[in-house]
Design a protein. Structure first.
Length: 588
């Protein structure tokens, strides 16, 4: 029985339902566009981007049936800074340029039409658009405004249509919260990677970039679209955002390239960021020039990591230019119901690429360090094997390198005729493997010398040093001990000490400076203890930069070689330390 009543109700209400206005016309597609001083053209609505342009006039005709023309409304999407709509010559409303731009309805504007305004047949709809001024914030919003199609129909239906399009737009922008989360994750990863990394400064700047963009732009934009909050906070932050973005990306590039521009240039460039970014595309062109210059500098310095990073940033600049006038390539790509904006997506690519590049480069650096460590260990072992035993009869020697390998050397060798003993000590300028290689060559020349005369030996070593060195030098002293007689020749080396007094020697140029230099010899008697040191003892410096000095060295010159080396090292070693002492057989 209740079912019969329901059927009767539906039959009775059928005619009434049939008389309800159902007029609905989609006004998307081409409109005739007219602009002062230019021939008429066409423009399609909805417009998926907003560009800087002068005022223009849009017009379109629609054919309507005779019934259902009252109670209708017009749905219009935001268009430029402001516009006025006319239907059959009568203004019906619009969006005023004085309307606060941050309060522009994102679901479109529904304009009620007075009854009797529409008539059967052709009806003319006109839009007087004010255009968009340079620097208008709407230019920066074109990628987030919903693409509302203009339509003619019943007000409630149009509001539902606009709300549905808003829901579809939200789905298209679902990438935003995902993108913000990914960039915050990148910031955390980059901070973790920066610990102990030689790219620490660049990684921290990029971490700041991703953190700021995610938190104060993408996240705020997400709340605007999905939470309906005011876009005013993001607008107020925009100048700060521009400064932070430009500073972070540029400083990261400078850190990777290894270039530090003058402070005034930094201030001028960063301070102008909010100004040149107001117009949109201008900022991309300026960044493109700056990134191009940094790429050229990276190529000149053969910095592969910086080259890769700058190439990625230049791609970002080009993409920013491409979606702006005059190119106007679509920034939002639809993937079914979802959308993907190329700029935030490219930021994710930058983060992934940077992490991958740094990981690969760090792996190469680690392999290179391990290779160098192996070479240094091999060189250290070889150097230790070339040095004599610490104690050989009356001769005691101590060698304390400042690093794995050093440039100091000492030798104690029997005379070629077997009637004496040869003592040699030297210091190669520089450190590391190169100095160690020169040491090996000099020791080889010492062991294959043609004479025992100290001056002749220095002449031979001078030839070797002149061939092996490129702008460096070697200081050295050679002493021939025959009984109680000592013959010494010196090549720029600190003078030895005998019984706590300096032995006065004739000055000689360091080895490798003048290939033809003639060295002179000095004769002395070995009365007690003869002590040779390298400048690593004299130039040892404490925390106050005070040198160990000649006086302290002279005061302890009668101690054992180990005690002298330990005293200098405790004072503050900053160079290789070598000490050789020779005592007369009955000296104590």
């Amino acid at each position: 029985m209740p079912g019969c009543y329901l059927i009767a109700l539906l039959v009775a209400s059928g005619p009434a339902l049939a008389q309800t206005p159902q007029v609905y016309i989609d006004l998307s597609g081409p409109w005739t566009r007219a602009e002062a001083g230019k021939p008429a053209g066409t423009m399609s609505l909805p417009r998926h981007s907003i560009v800087s342009e002068p005022p223009f006039h849009l017009e379109r005709s629609v054919r309507l049936p005779a019934e259902g023309l009252d109670g209708l409304s017009l749905l219009m999407s935001p268009l430029g800074s402001g516009y006025l709509v006319k239907v059959n010559g009568t203004p019906v409303g619009g969006l005023r340029s004085s309307h606060p731009w941050w309060a522009v309805p994102e679901t479109g504007v529904v304009l009620p039409l007075p009854d009797g305004l529409l008539h059967e047949g052709e009806n003319r709809i006109e839009v007087e658009a004010e255009g968009t001024r340079e620097g208008d914030p709407l230019l920066a919003m074109h990628s987030i405004l919903p693409f509302i199609s203009p339509a003619l129909g019943e007000a409630g239906e149009l509001r539902g249509l606009a709300e549905g399009q808003r829901s579809a737009d939200q789905l298209a922008h679902f990438y935003l919260p995902v993108n913000a989360s990914i960039q915050l994750l990148f910031a955390a990863i980059l901070i973790g990677m920066s610990r102990g990394s030689r790219y620490r400064k660049a990684l921290l700047w990029m971490a700041l970039y991703f953190f700021w963009v995610a938190l104060f732009f993408d996240l705020l934009l997400t709340l605007e679209i999905f939470g309906g909050i005011s876009r005013t906070p993001r607008v107020w932050l925009m100048p700060i955002n521009q400064i932070v973005w430009v500073i972070a990306l540029t400083e990261a590039s400078l850190a990777l390239v290894g270039y530090s521009p003058p402070a005034w240039l930094r201030v001028a460039y960063y301070g102008s960021a909010p100004l040149y970014t107001r117009g949109g595309p201008a900022s991309a062109y300026i960044r493109l020039v700056v990134d191009g210059l940094l790429l050229g500098l990276a190529i000149r310095r053969q910095n592969r990591l910086a080259i890769r990073f700058q190439a990625i940033l230049i791609g970002y600049d080009l993409l920013t230019v491409a979606i702006a006038p005059p190119f106007l390539l679509p920034g939002l790509l639809q993937l079914g119901p979802l959308g993907f904006h190329v700029i935030p997506g490219y930021r994710v690519l930058i983060g992934l690429a940077l992490i991958l590049i740094v990981v690969l480069q760090s792996s190469k650096d680690r392999n290179e360090r391990e290779r160098l460590a192996g070479e240094l260990e091999a060189a250290r072992t070889l150097q230790q094997e070339l040095l004599p035993d610490a104690t050989q009869g009356d001769v005691q020697g101590v060698y304390r390198p400042a690093a794995e390998v050093g440039g100091d050397f000492w030798q104690v060798l029997p005379a070629l005729d077997g009637r004496g003993q040869l003592i040699a000590i030297g210091d190669v300028s520089g450190k590391g493997l190169r100095a160690a290689m020169v040491v090996s060559m000099l020791i080889g020349a010492l062991r294959n010398r043609k004479s025992d005369r100290p001056a002749a030996i220095l002449a031979e070593l001078n030839q070797v040093a002149a061939s092996a060195l490129n702008g460096g030098f070697v200081t050295a002293s050679v002493a021939l001990i025959e009984g109680e007689q000592v013959i010494i020749a010196n090549a720029g080396h600190p003078e030895p000490y005998q019984d706590g007094r300096e032995v006065s020697l004739k000055a000689g140029l360091p080895l490798g400076v003048d290939r033809e230099f003639n060295y002179e010899e000095c004769y002395s008697l070995l009365t007690g203890k003869l002590t040779f040191v390298t400048d690593g003892v004299i130039e040892a410096a404490d925390s106050k930069r005070e040198l160990f000095g000649f006086q302290r060295t002279r005061e302890i010159s009668t101690l054992s070689a180990r005690e002298i080396a330990d005293a200098a090292r405790a004072w503050g070693q900053n160079d290789d330390i070598t000490v050789v002492t020779v005592r007369r057989g009955d000296a104590r």
